[in-house]
Design a binder for this molecule. Structure first.
Ligand code: ADP
Ligand code: CIR
Length: 343
């Protein structure tokens, strides 16, 4: 493979950090399980509009390809090579109020974490047999959840198109055919081994074998961030009794995409900001200063609609879970203050 020719308008972190020297140093390296640089960067080469452009194939990818991945990680999370990750899911440390007690701006709140199982390759390199093994282990652990968290698993293969569409439109289920994941190998043998678990109220959900082996999600209407966080923390405590997650001291929870390392947590609100939607520069300035990311109302790579934005913490590594949620809280309070001042 030759050094890739990136288009001039390519804004990916892959292009930014894949120098010819790094390329030459890494092109013949492989992880013990056999993941190569060309697999790691294929998504970014195929998709010129990638923001990041790389996926890991296993835990060891973050070590073997560190000359490329460490600068990407530092750029995205502000986490340096010498830093160490710390976890804190203690509700007692999350002192915050409802940022929109009057229910004027925030439609819903969602917090998800990504998890992968220790001892298995990540999704871009896992075999069909191993993927099924992961699904079976996860299904078993989910079947043991207690109280309000208990629910059922629905395999994607057995789901009708109508139900699938409804679940996607309602923001519960992952989208189909993501081209970024496709190019990384994450969609191989779709829909085998993929599915969704949810409780009766659909305020606790788990995606199985999408970009990560598990996306564990708590969500509800309104802005009661603490309740959402508490439900997620309780679920994680119960699941950790049954499952061993892939975690390394320096980088925290291991994920397919380097943007999801550490806490692997994305805490988001759907928020209505009609004034700020007419002043995108100010909206972007406030979100940037508060370490927040803006997505569209149907998630990543979607457009916002009717002045409703998906606002979430950008940093997931080098901050604790409590701090990641506080990033969201502080930013949202500021957004609402400014939105009100413009009314
Ligand atoms: P992820 O959250 O796993 O990074 P996406 O950005 O694709 O992935 O979002 C997944 C789904 O979750 C999308 O349908 C998105 O609209 C929905 N979602 C995200 N945040 C919220 C929220 N606060 N309220 C309701 N739905 C949400
Ligand atoms: C990109 O590079 O734009 C895609 N691979 C998505 C990157 C971030 N997505 C994510 O963490 N889910």
């Amino acid at each position: 493979m030759d050094f890739p020719n990136f288009k001039p308008d390519n804004k990916s972190l892959l292009k930014k950090y894949l120098s010819e020297a790094v390329f030459r140093k890494l092109i013949n390296k492989k992880t013990t399980l056999g993941y190569t640089l060309s697999q790691a960067i294929n998504s970014g080469l195929v998709n010129h509009d990638s923001g990041i452009g790389v996926y890991a194939g296993d835990e060891e990818s973050y070590d073997i390809f560190s000359d490329l991945l460490d600068p990407i990680i530092e750029d995205y999370h502000g986490f340096r090579k010498e830093d160490n990750h710390q976890s804190n899911l203690s509700l007692a440390d999350l002192e915050l109020e409802n940022p929109d007690a009057g229910g004027e701006y925030i439609l819903s709140t969602r917090i998800r974490v990504g998890r992968n199982l220790k001892g298995f390759p990540l999704g871009s390199m896992i075999s069909d047999v191993e993927r099924k093994e992961v699904a079976d282990k996860v299904k078993n652990a989910l079947s043991l959840l207690e109280g309000d968290l208990s629910g059922n698993y629905y395999s994607l293969k057995n789901m009708s198109d109508t139900v699938k569409e409804e679940m996607i439109n309602d923001h519960f289920l992952f989208k189909q055919g993501d081209r970024f994941m496709e190019a990384s190998g994450l969609n191989r043998n779709w829909p085998e081994g993929r599915g969704i678990f949810h409780n009766h109220k659909k305020d606790f959900l788990v995606w199985v074998n999408e970009e990560d082996q598990m996306r564990i999600i708590a969500m509800q209407t309104g802005a009661d961030i603490k309740s959402v966080f508490q439900r997620l923390a309780t679920a994680l405590e119960q699941l950790e009794k049954e499952l061993v997650f892939s975690y390394i001291d320096r980088l925290g929870y291991i994920s397919s995409c380097p943007t999801n390392l550490g806490t692997a947590m994305r805490a988001s609100v759907h928020i209505s900001l009609p004034q700020l939607s007419n002043n995108k520069e100010l909206l972007e300035e406030i979100t940037k200063n508060n370490h927040l990311q803006i997505r569209g109302v149907h998630g990543e790579h979607s457009e916002s609609k009717d002045a409703i934005f998906d606002i979430s913490n950008q940093r997931r590594l080098g901050v604790t879970e409590v701090e990641a949620v506080k990033d969201l809280y502080r930013g949202v309070v500021e957004l609402i203050r400014v939105e009100k001042s413009l009314e």
